[in-house]
Design a protein around this ligand. Sequence first.
Ligand SMILES: Cc1cc2nc3c(=O)[nH]c(=O)nc-3n(C[C@H](O)[C@H](O)[C@H](O)COP(=O)(O)OP(=O)(O)OC[C@H]3O[C@@H](n4cnc5c(N)ncnc54)[C@H](O)[C@@H]3O)c2cc1C
Length: 491
Amino acid sequence: MGVSSAQKRSLSSTSCDTRFDDLTRVLYATDASIYRVAPGAVAFPADPEKCAAVVRAAAQSGLGITPRGAGTGLTGGALGEGLVVDLARHLWEVRSFDPEGRTIEVGAGVILDELNRVLEPHDLWFGPDVATSSRATLGGMIANNSSGAHAPVYGTTADHVEALEVVLADGSTAWVGRGRDGFEGLRTQSEEVVRRHRREIERRLPANLVKRRPGYDFQRFLSDPSDLAGLMAGSEGTLGIITTAILRVVPLPRRRGLGVVFFRLVSDAMQAMMELVSLEPAAVEHLDRLVFDQSRGRLAFAAARSFLRLDEKPCESLLLVEFFDEADDRLSELVGLGIGERCVICADEGERELVWHLRRAGLSLVTSCVGPAKPMTIIEDSCVRPRDLAAYVAGMEGILESLGLEASFYGHAASGLLHVRPTLDLHRVEMSPGCVRWLSRSPIWCVNSTGLSPVNMASVWPVPSFWRIISVLTSRRRWGISRKSSTRAAS
Ligand SMILES: Cc1cc2nc3c(=O)[nH]c(=O)nc-3n(C[C@H](O)[C@H](O)[C@H](O)COP(=O)(O)OP(=O)(O)OC[C@H]3O[C@@H](n4cnc5c(N)ncnc54)[C@H](O)[C@@H]3O)c2cc1C
């Protein structure tokens, strides 16, 4: 859908660089999800003022607004029919670094690896480490409340946000966060609504999840209602656009140690998690055969495969277990546990990097499966309590088996978050009734596990019951900025 000439005039009248040509619209019609939605226009604000101007013009002319960082989100959150606002092109300035106070101010478009390059000489880094660190922007990370393998130590991005500069749908701009109360009226109203529904929120959102992201984090907001940034983080661009952020940074670990434990079955690895948790690892990442089989015959992974002896000693599943600081003692304890079929300890940074390289490439490896059937991103980021992981995987395997589907389970085992990728052939139009029934139950699990996340749930599959649930939830949003498309087309 394009924009009308009146809308085009309105957007063009602002000082913000805005494009309407087909090439730009096609380039912004996809992200890392399975969806394709062409925007009517794409804006490239050079500063927060220009962002506010174009947002105001879009809202006044009735256009939906979708902020976008690097477009690496897996759920189509950066796609929208109206105006897409690209924060990554210009807002990549790093400024006001206070090494003593461990805070830093960044533009929303700063890429995580770039930020860490600035911090590293000071023995600091940004804690949450998304696997897409070479592309993901801090704005996208905050909006998705992203986290990575080391979530057991660092939590999620929201835990490291001090303050945010935010543009709302009417173009008003202010700072929110610790000691900053730019939208006081809105904050008070939000607090009142959230408090009124406190009991229901507590009933529906399970406690003790290491990664609860994205989604409106009402519990975080309730724990500190003076901090509106806690509600912005994880709101996936639906409440406002983040143009600048003040972040807290943390010391680099003094020492790191990595062990790899190999298992005969995925379920054995999940059971072993119970024992591993007692060692307080900084990260436990799971890879299954579907992932590392894809690395066979590829030069980039030959050294890792040979180091892990994947050809001589095949296995179904492996856990990467990382420790910080007192790493050597902990690695000895890991070996002492005697779990799995065998255990390999990385001797140095070179060996650690070989293994982490394989893990980081996990998703790309899965999606590069040859043939029409691919492991699909349709149950994304559902998260359970780590102690429930074994039961969750067993339940999932049971359902998939009854449907005759194979799936890959990989991801952040220590945080109870596995990416579950059933292998589906999307070129086949018709799906079995059993499959549709199963898919239509999936968003319920997502609500229960990750929170009230309209975009995240939308990722599961566009069958009518999803949209009914989503429309009920989104109709309760009171101050949304983004009108995400409800007619996403699977690409
Ligand atoms: C291979 C692969 C591995 C991944 N691994 C991880 C992982 O380990 N951990 C993890 O958390 N995620 C992971 N992801 C998902 C994704 O990379 C992260 O969520 C990332 O932080 C998104 O950043 P982005 O800049 O690409 O955001 P985008 O995809 O551009 O946007 C994500 C959401 O944020 C909103 N948004 C973007 N910028 C702003 C802004 N400035 N203001 C307000 N809203 C905004 C968008 O509207 C959208 O809803 C992975 C994705 C891929 C493809």
